[in-house]
Design a protein around this ligand. Sequence first.
Ligand code: ATP
Ligand code: MG
Length: 389
Amino acid sequence: MTTYLLKLGELTLKGGNRIEFEQILKRNLVTMLKGTQAVINCTQGRFFVHCEEAKEAQVESVLDRLIGIAGWAKARICDKTPESVIAACIAEAQELVRSGAKTFKIEARRADKSFPLDSYGIMRAAGDGVCEAVPELQVDVQQPDQVISVEIRERAYVYGYSHRGRRGLPVGSAGRGLLLLSGGIDSPVAGYLMANRGMRLEAIYFHAYPYTSEEAQKKVHHLASILSRYALPIRLHTIPFTKIQVRIKERAPDQWSTVLLRMAMMDASGRLARRNKIHCLITGESLSQVASQTVENIQCTESTAGLPVLRPLIGTDKEETIRLAREIGTYETSILPYEDCCVLFSPAHPILHGNLQEARKWYAQLELEELLQEALHNEILEKCSADES
Ligand code: ATP
Ligand code: MG
């Protein structure tokens, strides 16, 4: 049997709401661990996951993807006696030497005050024990290569190397957001960042078949599946938008077409979100990255949303976004060459600083009401989950 100990980080600051956050975290963990037969237990603000050795790789992959923990470590469980604790520290130290550590320190926490040594006493006794048994390791309290932690609770736990967690808040603790997911690099990252602040996601994709291929739709489905490794299963709404794009092409000046298309997307997304009791929209927009993302054009495009529009990448540069996309594993899929519906219809000289009154005037002249209702009525709804990714 292997035991992992999870550190909660930001959750510990949540005061009276902490219990609720912990319950959500536990629920997410149960969902993500499905199929591993792992057992979760939580006591005094600590989470433990127990599993068979054969399932370690699977469980560790879940812990690496779990949003809402500061870190995790494989723990040794031992008897609550000084001798057993020291022996476990020595075993841990031998492992750390094998992984290249030269210096260490012991950190101890004694939640169970009946243990005969206090925290300081544990640190000294275990430190001495390790130095004697593992002469390759030196104590360095300032900048040790590794820390060996001892926690005396209902059991005694000893752990060495701690893996960094994804931090953030558990998915589902901060409302629901509708992610406008294109096949590009930015929107999946935007979705990840909001999931990392606790938001549960649904996704919407505007498809312009046959101007955009079926591959483009599959690519978006795949991106949502990759996101759901972290964000739990995601419902993807695919909305046929060809008629609306053609209408814009027919009735509006070329230079306005991108802004008007974005207004129509926001309009449709706002309606779908409200109907599904979703609290906000999320986009991958970044200030002035392209013509439709100047501050004036953003004012035009969000005017049809009717809900808050969150843009977590607004101040992020492209390199940082690409770094994040690589880190979460969406980059390779995002750069596949299927055309985004907007590329085909994008004008040579898009308007850069659209005036809101003018935008509204052109938008009204499109008379989209019926087409929007029809598009939403014809949505294709799919569930995207991690096992497809
Ligand atoms: P991305 O890399 O996310 O595609 P981008 O830099 O290419 O972003 P745009 O193509 O102008 O920028 O799109 C801005 C935002 O509008 C996207 O981040 C996405 O949230 C949304 N969006 C654009 N096209 C679509 C689409 N076909 N379906 C759903 N959302 C879209
Ligand atoms: Mg794009």
